[in-house]
Design a protein around this ligand. Structure first.
Ligand SMILES: [Zn+2]
Length: 239
């Protein structure tokens, strides 16, 4: 490469030229590669950096690009890129670990509403059993008499018979969230009682509108039934 071959923009004065952007880049690149500075010495130091005499330009020796050095540059860029990539992967893993730890901590405040179950009728299903209406909870089929436990700490606001729900318990958890437990065979709490998370509150049965022993578990937020499985899984309780 030779400065004499580069495009130069003519300035006001007849003897001065501005170096084009490409020439400037080439000069920087050569400086970066450690090209001997002898060429720079011939430029009048009193002039602005970007302005050189045409005669001086012609006098400059041709600049050569050191291929080995430029290969080194591309190698170091590659190394830099892979180290950035490694850091990004490590950061992603750290974020995931943090999220898991956070969810584990949150999950301590929640519990499965019963045990020894299998999930049967899902939230949102339609069935003749509910008069063609949408199923407002999640059914946990479990042996008759299996313990039913508070999914979250709260206060009992209902404990008694409620039509199709049969024997039902409602726990108010604050923040406009309630959990409902239906078709129970026994109720072991009373209204006004405070219960801890996982506390025994009753037993699985088939009271009310039920064809077999199961717990109808319902979650209501602002009075509206929401998907109980999603609610539990969002707080780290896998059902
Ligand atoms: Zn149900």
């Amino acid at each position: 490469m030779n400065f004499g071959e580069l495009n130069l923009v003519k300035e006001k004065g007849p003897r001065h030229f501005h170096l084009g952007a490409s020439a400037l880049l080439a000069a920087l690149f050569c400086a970066f590669l450690g090209v001997p500075q002898s060429s720079a010495r011939s430029i009048d130091p009193t002039l602005k950096h970007s302005v050189v005499h045409a005669a001086q330009l012609r006098a400059l020796p041709p600049l050569r690009i050191d291929v080995a050095a430029s290969a080194k540059v591309s190698l170091s860029v590659k190394t830099e890129f892979s180290s950035i990539k490694r850091e990004a992967i490590a950061l992603k893993a750290a974020k995931a670990a943090f999220a898991r730890a956070r969810l584990r901590r949150i999950s301590l405040d929640y519990a499965r509403p019963t045990s020894n179950y299998r999930l049967t009728a899902r939230f949102g299903e339609r069935s003749r059993l509910w008069g063609g209406n949408i199923h407002t909870g999640q059914d946990f089929a479990a042996p008759y008499g299996t313990s039913v436990r508070a999914a979250e700490a709260g206060t009992i606001i209902f404990a008694g018979w409620d039509g199709g729900y049969g024997r039902k318990i409602v726990i108010n958890h604050g923040g406009q969230v309630q959990t409902w437990y239906g078709h129970l065979s026994s109720i072991n709490v009373r209204v006004g009682q405070h219960v801890k998370v996982g506390q025994f509150i009753g037993r699985v049965g088939a009271s009310g509108n039920a064809t077999g022993a199961h717990l109808h578990f319902e979650v209501r937020r602002y009075g509206v039934p929401i998907n109980p499985v999603n609610w539990l899984r969002a707080v780290g309780i896998w059902v």
